[in-house]
Each structure stands twice: as C-alpha cells, then as structure tokens.
Ligand binder design. Structure first.
Ligand SMILES: Nc1ncnc2c1ncn2[C@@H]1O[C@H](COP(=O)(O)OP(=O)(O)OP(=O)(O)O)[C@@H](O)[C@H]1O
Ligand SMILES: Nc1ncnc2c1ncn2[C@@H]1O[C@H](COP(=O)(O)OP(=O)(O)OP(=O)(O)O)[C@@H](O)[C@H]1O
Ligand SMILES: [Mg+2]
Ligand SMILES: [Mg+2]
Lengths: 259, 259
C-alpha cells in the first residue's frame, strides 16, 4: 500500500483535482484506491456526491474518538463511490473547529497515520487531499504519507508561497523518522502566458531535484468534470489534462522519485 | 470611511486579486485606501513586496496585544506601498497559530473592528483580504466590515461551497447588531466553458438578490500583474479584467446594494 498526500497552503492550485484525477486513473487500472478528504470545506466529499455539512461519520470522528481516548474504527467511516473500487473517507465541516478544540494538545499528529495503517490490507493506494492552511490536519497528512505531492500554479505569487510550504515540509521532515519523498507539480500551465514560462524556469532553478519534469496544462474540461462529479480521467481519457496526469502517474510509479 | 471584506472558504477564487484591483482603482481616483491582509499565507503582503515570514509588526500584533490585555496601536503597524496613498496592514505567518492559541477564548472576535475604528479619520476605504478557511480571522473580518464581497468561481463545485459560506454568513449576521450588505461576484468567467454559463445561471437563481449583475472574466493578465507586483488596474487600465472590476466598483458605490 502506498500513501500519498497532496498539499499546498495556497488555495486553488489543483490539489483536489490532482487527487481525483490520479485516483481515477489508478482505479481504472483495477487498483484498490481510497481517497481521504481532510479539508473542512469538503470539495472532495462534495465531488463524490456527499454533503460535508450533514455527514455523521467522517474523518472528524477519528479525531473525536482519539481525543476521548477511545479506539476509532476507520473501517466504519468509509463510503463507496460510483467508481467501484474507489472509496472515500469523507470530511465534515466540523473539521474546521479541530485546531481550536485540540489546541496544543500532544499526540494528535498521528491520528490519521494510525487509522490508515489499520486499513493496510484493503487498498493499493491512498490519496489524502489537504486544506489550504497549515494546521493539525496538514501535519497529520504529512505524517501519514510516504510521498507528498505539491501542486503549484506556474505564476509568480505561487513561487513565493512555495518557499513557505517547503519550510513547513522541512519542519515535518525533521520530526519524522522515515524518509518522505516529495514532488512539486507545476499545474494550470498556460503556454500563452509569458510569465508562466518564466515562473516555470524559476521553479526548476529553485528546486532542481523536486520539480516534475513536465507540467499539467490548463484544461477547461476539468471544470466540466467537477460539474458532472466524474473524474476527467474516467469521463475523457484522451483529454489534455488526463494525458498529462497519466504521464505524471507513470513517472511517480516508475521514475526516479524515490527520496 | 467604508470597510469592505473579501472572503470565501474556497481557495483560489480571486479574493486577493479582488482586493488588489479594487484598491488600485480607488487609489488612482485619489481615495485614501488601506488594504488589510488576514491570510497567514500572506499573498497580499507578498504582492506589495513584504515578507510575511520575517515581519515583526503585523496584524498578528493586534491579537497578541489584545490577548495580553494591552491596547494595540494599529497606526504603528501600517506600511507604505509603491502606490501612495495606498497603505498595507500586513499579515505574518504567525497568524496560522491564532486559532490554536486563542481557542475558544471570549472576546477575540472584535479585535480587528476596534483597531480599524481607531484609524477612522485616515482612510476613505479599507479592504480586508481573508484566508480560505473559517476561523477567528474570517469572523473578525465579517464583524469589522460594512460590506462583504464573496468572489465565486463560475463552476459547479464552487456553488456547493458557496452554500456553506452563506451559512457562515447567516451565523455572523445573527450575532451582529448592524446590518451587513453582501455581494456575490462571479469570477474567472470563461464564456467558452459550457458549464460556466450553466453555473452562472444557477448562481443567479439561487441568490437572485445578492449576485452582481455582471461577471469578472478570465483574464491571463492578472497573473502577469502578480508577477510585477502592480495591480492590473494601475499597469493596464484598458485590460478586460480592469474594465470589469471598474464596472463592479461603480455598481458597488452607486448601485442598489444597500442591504
Ligand atoms: N489543469 C487545470 N486546468 C484548468 N482548470 C483547473 C486545472 N486544475 C484544476 N482546475 C480548476 O481550478 C479550480 C481549483 O482547483 P481545485 O479545487 O482542485 O484546487 P485546490 O487546490 O484543491 O483548491 P482549495 O485550496 O480550495 O482546496 C477548479 O475549478 C478546478 O476545476
Ligand atoms: N479573473 C481572473 N482571470 C484569470 N486569472 C485570475 C483571475 N482572478 C485571479 N486570477 C488568478 O488566479 C489565481 C488565484 O487568485 P487569488 O490568489 O486572487 O485567489 P484567492 O482566492 O485569493 O486565493 P487563496 O484562497 O489562496 O487566498 C492567481 O494566479 C490569480 O492571478
Ligand atoms: Mg481542494
Ligand atoms: Mg488570497
């Protein structure tokens, strides 16, 4: 089983889209995939047709049980999707209160890691979607995963924000015992925008080892896909965006990304 | 003095772009404008050339002083920008710890409102940029402002997220004594994307009173502008995006938006 996390403190860079598209590709190849929604805003949960405002059982239940010193049962929180064998561990909006409630309480950084280990025999891949903010949820994702994917828009402001994300990553790396591979993924690349090409060059200079060798292009069909609630990789296997994520997946699974 | 807040729990919808462009337009008209960065990620602060990681004096200082029962001095926190008389009250990354530190402590919802009242004679307009998450920072912005602007991408997932934002708004409205006007602004509208037109129609049906009568179109020049750190309204007054925000400003200032 391989656990991936997709995170960036910057909003709207394609985190949820990355989780949905990669999970779609793998489940079409017959892999058993679980997607985990750690975002209180619940984009991933909504994408698959559930309502984060009304869900009783969600990722939040894991934290609630741990804070009450009970053993959570992650199995009971999983939901089927229309794309069997793709399953979902949904978010609820109550997650937004977690930082306030838990505060600086010790030992809440490994809640998710422990829960996902309990599911080890059931899935080949687990993808964790993160909220656009540093806090206990992002720390849990970075502690639980083996490979961190960092989507970055190819634009100037996003590069400044990435420095901050890499500092957060360095902090987590010091606390972890096991190594953590990470890949920076240039997203929404628009070859007609002059500053996008410049930003991409700058990105490759700043992080020569970590940036994926290609890019995810701008593809308007991603928005259509989110309207249907069907991953683009499933509804349109020959779309530009699907092809690009397919190349990314091939490189991640077979390329030289072992940190 | 008029205080505006720009908020949406969804990331990457154009919050910071809306603050920068409207503030740019007003300061070009000779209005005295302050922009306030409440996002721990500090996009607005970075845009104007400051580093949210190293700033000593920032919005965070207001909360720190209040928690320590001292009177904060907002005047001492303001920074000049290249676009006099446009000034900035910057963010620092320490803001990310606020929810954890303050927890459910009483009375921290009006810190910003009090600080901005102390600046009343100095500015004609104040724009508050919010992080993409519900917490003490967004609540402060909604308590301090007289008019809330909610940028929403014209796509399906964003509409689901908007329902949640409107519930948060309803909660704040109940707690406030003074009325709060609000306007939903369709952003990044791309007329070539079929589902964008459908999402816009749906948006107008769901919130007939609150949606602005026009749209902010997709304009690649916004990304170029963020590279230069110059509001598009200043660097390119005839750009599609600038014209659209100019029409928005005219409607907000003169239109029938008084709640
Ligand atoms: N390569 C792409 N080309 C064009 N549009 C894209 C692309 N990737 C994502 N999008 C669109 O951009 C918007 C933001 O994407 P998404 O919601 O995946 O970002 P996110 O980082 O998860 O946002 P948040 O910070 O709110 O969690 C969505 O409307 C999505 O459809
Ligand atoms: N109308 C537009 N057309 C095209 N691109 C746009 C438009 N508005 C904003 N952008 C671009 O979209 C990206 C996201 O915009 P912005 O950072 O303003 O969103 P945000 O809501 O403030 O994000 P966050 O949730 O991270 O605070 C930026 O690259 C910006 O340049
Ligand atoms: Mg997301
Ligand atoms: Mg922003």
């Amino acid at each position: 089983m391989k656990i991936w996390a997709v995170a960036n403190q910057k909003g709207g860079v394609g985190k949820t889209t990355t989780v949905v598209t990669l999970a779609g590709l793998l489940s079409q190849q017959g892999q058993r995939v679980l997607v985990v929604d750690l975002d209180p805003h619940g984009s991933l949960t909504t994408y698959f047709g559930f309502d984060p405002d009304t869900l009783e059982r969600s990722v939040y239940t894991l934290f609630q049980a741990t804070a009450a010193e009970q053993r959570p049962d992650p199995e009971a929180l999983l939901r089927p999707t229309r794309f069997e064998p793709l399953r979902l561990l949904p978010a609820s909006t109550a997650l937004a209160t977690l930082d306030r409630q838990l505060g600086s309480r010790e030992g809440m950084g490994l809640v998710l890691a422990r829960a996902l280990q309990a599911l080890a025999g059931q899935f080949d891949h687990i993808f964790i979607d993160c909220p656009p903010v540093v806090g206990v949820l992002m720390i849990n994702a970075m502690a639980a995963c083996q490979h961190l994917l960092i989507p970055v828009q190819t634009e100037f402001l996003a590069l400044k924000g990435l420095e901050r994300m890499m500092r957060t990553l360095a902090m987590v790396l010091r606390a972890r015992k096991r190594p953590l591979a990470y890949t920076i993924i240039p997203t929404m690349f628009d070859r007609h925008i002059r500053s996008a090409a410049e930003a991409l060059t700058q990105l490759r200079q700043n992080y020569p080892e970590a940036v994926w060798q290609s890019v995810i292009p701008v593809d308007a069909l991603f928005r259509e896909a989110s309207r249907e609630g069907i991953p683009l990789s499933i509804s349109n296997p020959t779309a530009r965006g699907t092809i690009a994520y397919g190349a990314l997946l091939a490189d991640l699974l077979h390329g030289g990304h072992e940190a």
